[in-house]
Design a protein around this ligand. Structure first.
Ligand code: MRU
Length: 410
């Protein structure tokens, strides 16, 4: 099956931002319509849209939405730029780690400030066009990353990946999975091992789904199985995405990546990071400066599940119909478990959260970790392949690419 069967992640339609709700994939494929930039902020916080490059595009489209929906009654240029800066601040306050979110908002902000003498209507149109161009550029970058990265893989490669650095984490095509898709087209992929990626399961829900849709042979494992799969000689390369890469090559990515980097080194397996230059943050020297997002403990305390139920008899259909007669029905449950059922066409959608850990247990839930540059064999960007020493190779390959450092106020 072709990769084209993977749906678009986020797009602009009739002046609205549309996105596929990744909190419910793959069992429910809802499209969320954001009518306001605040809606985009909520979608980012809830992980309905996630993955560093997709966040960059979401930030830009969110700004475009602010411009078209919230700024129509502003007639003064200074007031317009001040309010635009506030919207940018709100968007970038949603999540702290992925550079692309800041990069996306900053690129729009800079464009507006650089063109502040244009009539406001023209400036508004320019901003919308820029956001759309950024969406298209993201896909182009990912395809270039795919082409560069595939050169690193030999025929018959067995690759391990973590989290979802696929099409859903970008405007389209993916970074780490972009490399895998391209290598698969070239007949080089024997198997992809994918970690399920607790606590939010981006691996088992999103990567497993994308690879299946694209017809890439793949095997799902839990996070704690990677070590023994490597020890068994079943992995030829690890390829992951990134949320922020410091100037020295330290890489922040989904929690659990650091462990894989250390394991890869121990087993003599190359550890590759695939990311666009919009993820490279040359304004920070090392990974120590990266802010790691801490998320709600309920992600660790239990499991969130969404899916569709199709009753197998008239009796159960009648029971579900009764429950959902007046709209979504929330089941009264003890011990904090939550379950809501609603009618959807001829079936019933359920959304639940089930507690696994005992109530009041102390929980730590960092969403990302930092893999020191010494574990990273190469960083694949749209500009090519950077190898250590990254302080030199990264700044050379990113120069002129329009990263966060080049967008900083002059
Ligand atoms: O919390 P998420 O799902 O936004 O985390 C995503 C990741 O860590 C990805 O690996 C990273 O953003 C790279 S996506 C191409």
């Amino acid at each position: 099956m072709p990769i084209e069967n993977i749906p678009r992640t986020i797009w602009w339609e009739d002046g609205k931002v549309m996105l596929i709700d990744q909190t419910r994939l793959p069992l429910v494929g809802d499209v969320l319509v954001c009518n306001t930039y605040e809606g985009v902020c909520l979608a980012i916080k809830s992980l309905a849209v996630r993955g560093a490059p997709a966040l960059g595009v979401a930030a830009a489209l969110g700004m475009a939405l602010w411009v078209t929906e919230d700024s129509w009654d502003i007639y003064d240029h200074r007031e317009f730029l001040r309010a635009l800066d506030l919207a940018a601040h709100e968007i970038t306050s949603t999540r702290p780690t992925a550079t692309n979110l800041f990069w996306g908002a900053e690129r729009i902000r800079r464009l507006a400030h650089d063109n502040k003498d244009l009539p406001l209507d023209e400036l508004r149109e320019l901003i919308v066009q820029e956001a759309l161009a950024m969406q298209a550029e993201d896909e182009e970058r990912n395809r270039a990353i795919g082409a560069h990265g595939a050169e690193l893989l030999a025929e018959g490669s067995r690759v391990l990946t973590h989290c979802n650095a696929g099409s859903l984490a970008t405007a389209y095509y993916g970074t780490a999975l972009g490399v895998i898709f391209t290598a698969h087209e070239q007949g080089k992929i024997e198997r992809v091992w994918m970690d399920e990626t607790r606590p939010v399961l981006q691996g088992s829900r999103l990567t497993a789904w994308e690879l299946r849709v694209a017809g890439v042979p793949s095997t799902l494992i839990t996070d704690n199985m990677a070590a023994s799969v490597m020890k068994a000689g079943e992995v030829d390369a690890v390829i992951v995405g990134a949320d922020r890469i410091a100037a020295n090559g330290d890489v922040a990515n989904k929690i659990g990546t650091y462990g894989l980097a250390v394991l890869a080194k121990e087993h003599g397996i190359p550890f590759y990071v695939a990311a666009p230059t919009s993820t490279v943050d040359l304004t920070i020297e090392t990974g120590d400066e990266i802010v790691i997002e801490e998320r709600d403990p309920h992600e660790v305390a239990g499991f969130t599940v969404s899916g569709m139920m199709e009753p197998d008899s008239e009796v159960s259909t009648r029971a579900f119909d009764m429950l959902t007669e007046e709209g979504p029905y929330t089941l009264p449950l003890l011990r904090g478990h939550q379950m809501q059922i609603m009618r959807k066409g001829g079936a019933y959608q359920f959304d639940g959260w089930f507690r696994v850990a005992p109530p009041d247990v102390d929980i730590f839930n960092p969403a990302f970790d930092v893999s020191p540059a010494k574990y990273v064999t190469a960083i694949i960007t749209e500009c090519g392949i950077a190898r250590p020493d990254y302080a030199e190779s990264l700044s050379a390959s990113c120069s002129g690419a329009g990263g966060l450092d080049e967008l900083r106020p002059r």
